[in-house]
Design a protein. Sequence first.
Length: 212
Amino acid sequence: MKHITIAIDGPAAAGKGTLSRRLAETYGFHHLDTGLTYRATAKALIDAGLPFDSEAIAEKMALEVNLAGLDRSVLARHEIGEAASKIAVMPAVRRALVEAQRAFSRKAPGTVLDGRDIGTVVCPDAIVKLYVTASPEVRARRRYDEIIASGKAADFDAIVDDVKTRDDRDMNRADSPLKPAEDAHLLDTSEMSIEAAFLAAKRIVDAALNKN
């Protein structure tokens, strides 16, 4: 069997991260949340006190990102996410991180990568491509519930606005806009539980593996 790569794309809070991690665990594959590579680059800029408007500086930081040292708990901070979405529109930053992500995707015996442009740009030859989505309101509710569960205060309407703003930025950027690959399987999780979404995705992956 040839090397296996599973590409999972979709907007923020659609559930692709949870789904990707579970699929990777199920099949014994390596997992990479490519969004963390942009967050790690943004954190490096923040830690160094550097501006977010210099593409050359941001590219230098992107080239130095260590994919083995991505700490989700640290990189999940809101201010890092905001900074990451700003540098993610820079072509030089994207090129640097895409090359690192492609190198990761070749790890044996297989990989699961999730992000915004995996099926369209990073791994266009992936054996399975999923586009995981949900309505902006459902995604905002999930994020709101997570924040409340952590004991922090949250404004639901502000989160809805933030989700829509990020969608607009991701879908309309000039370089690698967020969109489903032509051969991607669409998975709308608006009305799905995590378990139902996982089982639906697993059926798609199993069918693809059985063909190879």
